[in-house]
Design a protein around this ligand. Sequence first.
Ligand SMILES: N[C@@H](CCC(=O)N[C@@H](CS)C(=O)NCC(=O)O)C(=O)O
Length: 231
Amino acid sequence: MIDLYYWPTPNGHKITLFLEESGLPYTIRPINIGAGDQFKPDFLKISPNNKMPAIVDHAPAGGDEPISVFESGAILLYLAGKSGQFLSSDPRIRIATVEWLFWQTSGFGPMLGQNHHFNHYAPEKIPYAIARYINESRRLYGVLNQRLAGRDFLAGDYSIADMACYPWAALHDGQNIVIDDFPNVGRWLKTIAARPATQRAYALANDINPESGKPLSAEARRHLFGQPEHK
Ligand SMILES: N[C@@H](CCC(=O)N[C@@H](CS)C(=O)NCC(=O)O)C(=O)O
């Protein structure tokens, strides 16, 4: 059994997308990042960067001690390895999948995260920062759009690379991205949204956080944007 430390955000959705597709049994352990659960000592032992998602696999291959994994990209690779699903064994497709997974975790996710921050959460509207991250977001959507030209998915069949990118691109409206400017991305989003596992994964969001999608409370802002350094 896998424990998934989760809150319904784009990085959290990546892992429920995988788990719902794969059929691996799992239990959600909610980490309410707006209430500060990510700073609890027991969670920090699993995820020292105070961020979810994280997992603990209580039945790893070969038995023995449970394995914990933090960072969504590492979790997707771990789960693909454990289940033998969503990461091709063909060497060309496999490395392309890993390339696009790393592209998401090092660029697409962080840049869109800054886009959200300066557009929606920053207490002052800073035109330079807003323009900087919208421009960079548009550049990245252009890269994704080109990659998806003539392809159903990022690398071969539906894979962990698509699962990593989808939850961020699904929020394009809030990133000031007009999806019609990126038609291959729009088509790919619709294909993934129609998958029954995607619908199950997203249905969990409201069960776990009925406030999902609503403006952040003052308490949540304090926890998320006023963090002291770790001692
Ligand atoms: N690079 C990390 C990013 C995870 C991340 O940013 N998680 C956010 C929610 S989407 C979080 O837990 N934030 C809590 C905090 O910053 O204290 C990953 O891909 O797993």
